[in-house]
Design a protein around this ligand. Sequence first.
Ligand code: AFP
Length: 339
Amino acid sequence: MKRISLTQYLVEQQRDRGQIPPPLRLLIETVARACKRIAISVNKGELGDVLGSADTENVQGEVQKKLDVIANEVLIEANVWGGHLAAMASEEMDSIHVVPDRYPQGEYLLLFDPLDGSSNIDVNVSIGTIFSVLRKVTNQRGVSEEDFLQPGKQQAAAGYCVYGPQTTLVLTVGDGVVMFTLDRETGSWVLTERQMQIPADTKEFAINMSNQRHWAPPVRRYIDECLAGKTGPREKDFNMRWVASMVADVHRILSRGGVFLYPWDQREPEKPGKLRLMYEANPMAFIVEQAGGVATNGRQRILDLLPTKLHERVSVVLGSKNEVQRVTSYHLDETPPAA
Ligand code: AFP
């Protein structure tokens, strides 16, 4: 495959296919540059004094790691002045960050989980950054939280970066899913996969099994059937993987198929799920659908959900089409598809 850079790819998309307007191209390049800076901090680890707790809490009441705070600042600093954005929202900030008057305002809204999988930072396991891009659709002056409350199907772009054995950037602008790998020697993002596709079938599931006793019946049923293996109703053995960084689990599914579940459970019954709709579920659902997979909250397509608040949580089932449809049909209490 001819190796081209992220910049060349974006320019070609803009020129040949009219896919990416210039401000969106600038936005994507800026986020990718910020991810490079985050990757440098992640790689330094103890040597860069970036491990451990920041001794602060985010809006969800979670203790922030130093890298959560660093990654958040890097993304804000990189994006605030370019003129492509109206405002940003982050899993790590209580409220939106409006672009100050001293900078030009653009039409895009950027949302991110700056460092997904924080519990894995200090133990040197893959973590990542997830981002989602919306357009400011209202004509009113200024920008408010309301502007962000759009269904995921309106995303203009979404992506994630995995800081793992390789640093990879996966991107969609609604025309398939592409992957870039960071060449650490040249500092360049190089196109390494032009069309990521999730196979419709799989024998691999990802769920935190320690919550089994808290699950709802449809989730129990699905996992019980997988665990029953060859002699059970599915008539095949399943394997389990759980990294506890959504980016890494989703990246595996994009690379070789699988199903990821973070369902509602009885630990905190008033919450619809653990993962955040706007920073995790929506961007991942957009990417997964663009790669031929499916993403639901157990009942509805995630991209159709209308958020009511910025930090909304949601149940997530995503990945290989036939498996996600099966889990969804169990929730809807329909006859399951034939094995
Ligand atoms: P943090 O970024 O706060 O560590 O959360 C990671 C995450 O949101 C997602 O990436 C994982 O899939 C999930 O939480 C892991 O949660 P459990 O620790 O409950 O399995």
